[in-house]
Ligand binder design. Structure first.
Ligand code: COA
Ligand code: AMP
Length: 639
């Protein structure tokens, strides 16, 4: 039995349980409102209720102006550190205010008004963060698309968000290559039914993009002119319930889901999390190594650290190869970061190159207090390794794009609870997390089931999907009435600790990136030689999971199998993007199915993962599973 003696967690969680509205009313005091909310929660509004419905505020004001004008003007807001370009640049809160205000004015000149959408397809450079904050400043809704996605994925998002403007840069920089963005942008716009009215492009010296006159606008020129003319923009008052951004995330089909984040609840919950979940004091140096294309980047590179008046390190590099496996320690030590937040896969990559953690010894990490991991299951081996080399608490926490902040974690600020490897610990205030069977009945402790959260979800969680209340209800609320379905499976132990074991849908997690195998299947099925297919996520030591595709050819196709397999790998890269990390396709004579025709992907995965498996009682032909084994072995995989 674990007894959390010193932690204030039990008291805090009990406070929330007793008086949820009082709890969030108090938390809301920590942000600046133009009009303080009189109502904390309106259960009748929206799909399941809305937070702070009559509150008026501005996210950018809380992130930037409040600090620029409130004594932090000369403190660094963003510390940009880019080993891939050998550049470093510090931007103070005062400078950030000037940049964001000017860029807001530029957006205004392009006709962007409150509620208009702006898509941002950019690498990890300060301009991208300025653009996000400028949108927030004028009440526009940004939608950031990760640079590793292909034009088709960008086009799908353009069609859904219908932005007036697209913001981009001439290139992204990976360890070994420069990726020109302009051809990708042009292809996406060509494909999209809903085209933006203009493109603003930031030219980087590593690749110059050719500009189309009257359509593409040069970022640096616009900025220079705006600053010279002293152009500024005001922080527009928005309702707490107005959307701040849309972030697309993989669903069960090739069509991603547009997760909506509102302004007020987001600021309240994220501000609360910095002190209580992460144990960060205002003004400290905080570092999240992720990308602004993901929710972790939105919440903990851009918004939360700024709400808290911190310095946020913006890292354009990788844990290995930029230039070596000591990059994380170099950055943490040079900037004096007190914490690092990243995905476990980054640590597996470092461990692989520097198993003894020799690089750590070269750096002064005396200020470094804790490592936070999220985005995928943190395997106990990696946690132990990190604890051992860093000698600080390593804290796993579980959340999703949909929630925007921790569902289950170990609250450093309230006092850490004893760590149990393999568990992200306990629910944060706001979340009543339960484990239920497929019929919605609670299961006993220790029993695996569906992880659900009792409605209402706390502030910052998605109120709906972009202009799709129906889809939101169907995808998340319909299966377990009164609860939000996380689509994760797991169990609770007798101390109330949660264990998150994997998804209940066809989402896989590749290097901390969330991807849909259904989406990949749609791409494989579009190949003219393919009759049917199945994609599964196979366990991988570095990336957690890797997608593997099995395809059945149409009758009469007699092309060599390896030619088709290569075409399929190229097709997924072309249609979804390199981020899918789809490198293995194999032709099989048929797919293993139940008698009712359902492909037994779960059993196929167990075979590929060398896990014990039982013959499904309803299997149509047991030999088909042997054939999967043989196919895997022919590719040097398990089976
Ligand atoms: N733009 C274009 N391409 C990109 C990209 C971007 N922003 N990000 C990744 N890619 C490409 C990579 O170059 C790679 O291409 P390749 O197939 O030609 O090698 C491919 O997409 C897969 O990328 P990734 O899965 O990141 O693999 P990697 O081998 O480049 O790096 C890790 C592996 C573990 C070092 C890396 O994934 C990492 O640092 N992960 C940290 C996790 C993280 O930030 N998660 C975000 C949520 S917290
Ligand atoms: P994303 O929306 O990209 O953040 O991915 C969310 C999914 O990643 C969750 O539904 C989980 O499946 C997985 N995930 C995130 N964090 C954790 C964690 N700490 N432990 C286990 N799985 C996690």
């Amino acid at each position: 039995m674990v007894t959390p003696i010193a932690s204030r967690y039990p008291k805090t969680y009990a406070h929330w349980q007793r008086d949820p509205e009082g709890f969030w009313r108090e938390a809301a005091e920590a942000i600046t409102w133009f009009e303080k909310p009189k109502t904390v929660f309106d259960a009748k509004a929206g799909v399941y209720g809305r937070w702070f419905p009559d509150g008026v505020m501005n996210t950018c004001y809380n992130a930037v102006d409040r600090h620029a004008e409130g004594g932090r003007g000369d403190q660094v807001a963003f510390a940009y550190d880019s080993p891939v370009t050998r550049t470093k640049r510090n931007i103070t809160y005062k400078e950030l205010q000037r940049e964001v205000s000017a860029f807001g004015a530029i957006l205004r000149d392009f006709g962007i008004e409150k509620g208009d959408r702006v898509v941002i397809y950019m690498p990890m450079i300060p301009e991208a963060l300025v653009a996000m904050l400028a949108c927030a400043r004028i009440g526009a809704v940004h939608s950031v698309v990760f640079g590793g996605f292909a034009p088709k994925e960008l086009a799908t998002r353009l069609n859904d968000a219908k932005p007036k403007l697209l913001l981009t840069a001439s290139c992204g920089i990976e360890v070994q290559r420069v990726i020109a963005y302009k051809p990708l942008i042009d292809a996406a716009i060509e494909m999209a039914e809903s085209k933006p009215e203009a493109v603003i492009l930031f030219q980087r010296p590593q690749a110059q993009a050719e500009m189309k006159k009257g359509w593409d606008w040069d970022w640096a020129t616009l900025r220079e002119e705006a600053l010279k003319a002293n152009k500024t923009s005001e922080c527009v008052p928005v309702k707490a319930t107005d959307p701040l951004y849309i972030l697309y995330t993989s669903g069960t089909t090739g069509i991603p889901k547009g997760v909506v984040r509102d302004n007020g609840g987001h600021a309240v919950a994220l501000k609360w999390s910095m002190e209580n979940m992460y144990g960060i004091k205002e003004g400290e140096v905080w570092w999240t190594s992720s990308d602004i294309g993901w929710v972790v980047g939105h919440s903990y590179i851009v918004y939360a650290p700024l709400f808290h008046g911190c310095t946020s390190v913006v890292f354009e590099g990788k844990p290995v190869g930029t230039p070596d496996a000591g990059a994380f320690w170099r950055v943490a030590s040079e900037h004096g970061a007190v914490c690092l937040f990243t995905a476990p896969t980054a640590f597996r990559a470092i461990k692989k190159e520097d198993p003894e953690g020799k690089f750590v010894k070269n750096y002064d990490l005396s200020k470094f207090r804790a490592l936070f991991l999220a985005g995928e299951r943190a395997d106990p081996d990696t946690i132990k390794w990190a604890e051992n080399i860093l000698k600080v608490p390593v804290i796993d926490h579980w959340w999703q794009t949909e929630t925007g902040w921790t569902i289950v974690g170990n609250p450093a600020g309230l006092g850490l609870l004893p760590v149990k490897h393999g568990s992200p610990t306990v629910p944060m205030p706001g979340y009543d997390v339960q484990i239920v069977d497929d019929g919605g009945k609670p299961v006993a402790n220790g029993t695996m089931g569906n992880i659900v959260v009792k409605l209402p979800l706390p502030p910052a969680c998605l109120p709906t999907l972009w202009q799709q209340d129906g889809k939101f209800k169907d995808a998340y609320l319909a299966e377990f009435p009164g609860y939000y379905k996380t689509a994760d499976a797991g169990y609770k132990d007798d101390d109330g600790y949660l264990y998150i074991m994997g998804r209940t849908d066809d989402i896989i997690n590749v290097a901390g990136h969330r991807l849909s195998t259904g989406g990949m299947e749609e791409v494989l099925a579009s190949h003219s030689d393919i009759a049917e297919c199945a994609v599964i996520g196979v366990a991988d030591q570095l990336k957690g999971e890797l997608p593997v595709g099995f395809v059945v050819l149409k009758a009469g196709v007699n092309k060599p199998h390896d030619t088709i397999e290569k075409e399929l790998v190229a097709l997924v890269r072309e249609k979804i993007g390199p981020v899918a990390a789809f490198k293995t396709a194999m032709v099989v004579a048929r797919l293993p199915k139940t008698r009712s025709g359902k492909i037994v992907r779960g059993t196929m995965k167990k075979i590929a993962d060398r896990q014990p498996w039982n013959m499904p009682a309803t299997i149509d032909d047991p030999v088909t599973l042997d054939e999967i084994s043989v196919a895997l072995k022919s590719k040097g995989m398990a089976g």
